[in-house]
Design a protein around this ligand. Sequence first.
Ligand code: GDP
Ligand code: ZN
Length: 460
Amino acid sequence: AQVLTQFDTIAAISTPIGEGGISIVRLSGEDAVAIANKLFKGADLTKVPTHTIHYGHIVDPKTQEVVDETMVSVLRAPKTFTREDMVEINCHGGMIVTNDILQLLLANGARMADPGEFTKRAFMNGRIDLTQAESVMDIVRAKTDKSRQVAMTQLAGGLLEKIKTMRQELLDTMAHEEVNIDYPEYDMDDLTSQEMKKKAQEVSKQIEQLLQTAQEGKIIRNGLATAIVGRPNVGKSSLLNYLTQDDKAIVTDIAGTTRDTLEEYVSVKGVPLKLIDTAGIHHTEDKVEKIGVERSKKAIKEADLVLLLLDASQDLTAEDKRLLDLTANKKRIIILNKQDLGTKISQEMIKNLTDNPIIVTSILKQKNMDALENAIEKLFFSGIENSQNQILVTNQRQAGLLAKAKQSLEDVISGINDAMPLDLVQIDLKNAWDTLGEITGESAPDELITQLFSQFCLGK
Ligand code: GDP
Ligand code: ZN
């Protein structure tokens, strides 16, 4: 059982630093309201009703100097994100002022929050489970609205409910089995071991279905890993430039999140693309050498989507054919570029080779680029049907534990097939149940929880 802990009061700036006009400083803990009240002039925050917002000024209690004009929300436990008393100070004086307010809170009894500590408290106080905490992280890092939507669904507890149900089924089976082990004289072994096997098979199948969503989950979370491939001069850099134009490039500028500088993200109609080896595209520029092929091979291997460029104004070369072969079993869009210069390669010719979407473009003249974007969108959604309402496994931790639980269930099945004693089989069943509990945090070790929350950014 979880021991209710009284936590000290923490504070952090919870909006991206240096962005927008308004920033929010959050407080959570027993003394949140009292500490904020020491600095606030406008209302007695200790007396106001919960979930109300108040206009006033933050004043340095030592110097009586007015620091900022603010709106302050008082949110009393338990209906708050952390299930503790919370105060949110909306300030608009810019970064320096926001930081001054934080410093005043720290000087008056609050402690600087660790990264992820607000979310950790929500978890510790039973407000959310680990899958939901991970969704908070996903929402913070979401690269497009589409990714954010999926994370929101998870936050609502989709995966949690599913895992709870599976655990309950296993628990029922274990309880049933316990009776059998304790009263062997009834000799129902054969009957119930078959029941147990059936249950293990059912749950194992459900886990398998969840695991199948892991690839989609990864794509939604991390973006569709996309390789731009083609022989020299077909227009790869031009396409890259088109895709990374200001309005398409995604800038993930949230303070404290780790930013992968090697990868470029773009949003095409809300579909997050993670462009692979853009450095390679730039570098191989003028070198006619073994162009890309060696280097492309690696990018192709990593890719969820290949954009293969051909120069439509010239005959198909051996190198084109090689790249067509190399990418044959990938999700792929074939782009017949430079159509403004003529048509030596027609759509029909390529149609004979593959049933991938074929788009005829002039990247230089920006002709038909919309068709290309539509094709990307369509491919993305054909792979990820209705994922908005679907339960998705969005990270490696969850997928790893699901695979482990499934293995335990397979051990249950083979144990029964080999007529192993039921109390031994029971151990595997219990393992599966425990492992599923680790996903939601019900049976997660402390180190894991600490490690997990430390990946969050400040103020969340
Ligand atoms: P890369 O070597 O594959 O990266 O090709 P680039 O993007 O560097 O393009 C090579 C040359 O082809 C550049 O001069 C581009 O301006 C030009 N180019 C790219 N796309 C088109 C196009 O659709 N039509 C024409 N006429 N030229 C293009
Ligand atoms: Zn280039």
